[in-house]
Design a protein around this ligand. Sequence first.
Ligand code: IPE
Ligand code: IPE
Ligand code: MG
Length: 263
Amino acid sequence: MPLNENRQRFDPHAEKPAVPSFAKLPRHLAIIMDGNGRWAAQRRRPRVFGHRRGMERAKDIVRACGDLLLESLTLYAFSLDNWNRPKSEVNTLMRLLVKFLKSELEEMMESNIRFRVLGRREMLPEFVMDAVREDEVTTAANTGLNLNLAVSYGGRAEIVDAVNAVRREMAAGIIEERPITEELIAKRLYTAGQPEVDLLVRTSGELRVSDFLLWQIAYAEIYVTEAYWPDFSREELYRALEAYAGRERRFGRLGKQMREPNG
Ligand code: IPE
Ligand code: IPE
Ligand code: MG
């Protein structure tokens, strides 16, 4: 029996909308939520209009991923390079982020979601950090979906931060001096303890990863849709999951080896 069917049977949220069943589901889904500006431009509206609609979409998709009983969902909301956008847009995005954090807290508690921000949080303004801390602390003991919001996030910066953490621990004698290994780094990434990314989705048709989860996507399946993020509905999500269910992952081996692991 596919894992998700097994898990759905024990879904305690009987009143939740029915979700389709997939032959397999990603444990960790990561989404580059792109195209808010173009969506707004198509409607001759300011970019902020697209960001607002994008935030509503993010709420829907979080709910859907909770209903599907995924383990981790990582949403790319604001990159380190996005700090270079015009100040007014950056300010708008920070205000929308706080709005999201405040309006979602109750729902996250009801849905048993554990929330974390991934990124260089020291660069965030204090009013944003206050809201981040409140959501992280309040949801820390929840055991359902891990919701990671990548904010002030860069994939190369994350790896650099992890390597520096290893150096610090060695210098302080917390861990013994030894050559760097993948495990030493992986355990100090912002996503430590969570599964690697199985499926990476990008909206708005761009064929690039834009410095997102560079380490964790090593063997991720990639799915790109032309839909702009504000149009990324539950149905779009299900299409991405359906595509994922049909992929054969090989991790460098032969297909035959994957199908007959003991052969
Ligand atoms: C994604 O939409 C949201 C952020 C990067 C903050 P964009 O703002 O990048 O929208 P486009 O790509 O210009 O359409
Ligand atoms: C990536 O989108 C960052 C987020 C979605 C938050 P961008 O719009 O910043 O990426 P580029 O500039 O098109 O690569
Ligand atoms: Mg963009």
